[in-house]
Design a protein around this ligand. Structure first.
Ligand code: IPE
Ligand code: IPE
Ligand code: MG
Ligand code: MG
Length: 353
């Protein structure tokens, strides 16, 4: 018999969210900069030599790649005073507010694991971040999770209004495909046009109805409902897992991966992507707003279908770790070249932001 679990709302979500909104309104700009400072301070140098990738300086790697991605996004996106300024201000508010850039970093690390010889992969890394940021913009809207804080800043719709937040999301989604097409520059050492087409198809599938959008629909629909384990898994692997898996596959495809390498990256992405969302669910309970840059306790308030709600905290942590180990095992064909990916898999479940 399928296990069915009722995800109870802790209190009337409207009441709890109402209280949260009132609290959020009373926080001023000082609180925002305090939160941003605290998020920056939590970047720890951590190594654990006894496990795969354990000696790798993952924080330094993330930081170095994040800077490259930020610089490329800065260059690619129009200035905030470009007409219509409200749209571009809303886009920049959301993109440049302190995201970890994990999906672009995974894409770049996957390309490195496959040899890292192709240039011109950065537009694809930026495309992943544009799609991720659009998904956050829409996820925070009142019609979805109705969140007031994101990346240590008031959410886009709180600052610019719902229309601008919806349109900024739409713009980022379409811009992502424009960026993808730029990977196919007619120059030596850039990805082959056929590989770029393949990568574009993977991105569309990961973000669209067979991926993130499908997962988001099921997530919203499951609020306060009975969920069985297959439904919980569908939600998590689709709303979050598919784009993370897509990042790995796109990095591999653009770098000219062999089919064995692509299969390995795909398996890694599937396991690490699910682990990522389980960790997000756990942080929504045990995390702290100043580090996370978003409200905690919101999943329970909305009666969301989460791993801790279904399995409890401890079992969720165990499952996240076991998925991490599965992800790391999949990297065998890459040998030492997979060190960053190994370390990133552990980072995904051990992070505090
Ligand atoms: C949060 O993603 C939303 C989920 C898909 C779970 P991240 O934790 O990667 O958010 P940022 O990009 O660092 O803000
Ligand atoms: C967000 O999932 C998934 C997407 C944006 C696609 P959540 O709703 O659980 O993530 P947070 O907690 O708002 O970041
Ligand atoms: Mg959501
Ligand atoms: Mg949300």
């Amino acid at each position: 018999m399928k296990k069915r679990v009722k995800v109870k709302k802790k209190a009337s979500s409207a009441r709890r969210l109402g209280r949260m909104k009132t609290k959020a309104k009373t926080r001023d700009r000082k609180a925002v900069s305090r939160a941003t400072r605290a998020r920056k301070k939590t970047k720890k140098k951590r190594t654990s030599p006894s496990r795969p990738g354990g000696a790798f300086q993952v924080s330094a790697y993330l930081e170095a790649k994040r800077k490259l991605v930020d610089a490329a996004l800065e260059e690619a996106l129009p200035r905030k005073d470009y007409f219509p300024a409200k749209l571009h201000s809303a886009i920049r508010h959301s993109v440049f507010s302190g995201g970890k850039r994990l999906r672009p970093v995974l894409l770049l690390a996957a390309a490195e694991a496959c040899g890292g010889k192709k240039s011109n992969i950065m537009p694809a890394a930026c495309a992943l971040e544009c799609i991720h940021t659009y998904s956050l913009l829409h996820d925070d809207l009142p019609a979805m999770d109705d969140d007031a804080w994101r990346r240590g800043q008031p959410t886009c719709h709180k600052v610019f209004g719902e229309a601008a937040a919806i349109l900024a999301g739409d713009a980022l989604l379409t811009f992502a495909f424009e960026l993808m097409s730029k990977c196919a520059a007619p120059a030596k050492g850039t990805p082959a046009a056929a590989a770029v087409l393949d990568a574009i198809r993977v991105l569309a599938q990961s973000a669209g109805m067979a991926g993130m959008v499908g997962g988001q629909m099921a997530d919203v629909d499951a609020e306060g409902q009975d969920v069985n384990i297959p439904m919980l898994q569908y939600i998590h692997t689709h709303k979050t897992g598919r784009i993370i898996q897509g990042a790995l596959r796109i990095g591999g495809i653009l770098a000219g991966a062999t089919s064995e390498q692509l299969k390995a990256l795909s398996l890694y992405g599937e396991a690490a992507g699910l682990a990522f969302q389980i960790a997000d669910d756990i942080l929504n309970i045990v995390g702290k707003m100043p580090q996370l840059g978003k409200e905690v306790g919101t999943d329970a308030a909305l009666g969301k279908a989460t791993y801790p709600a279904v399995y409890g905290l401890e079992e969720s942590k165990k499952q996240a770790l076991s998925l991490t180990e599965k992800a790391v095992r999949a990297l065998k064909p890459f040998g030492k070249k997979a060190e960053p990916l190994q370390a990133l898999a552990y980072y995904i479940v051990e992070r505090e932001v």
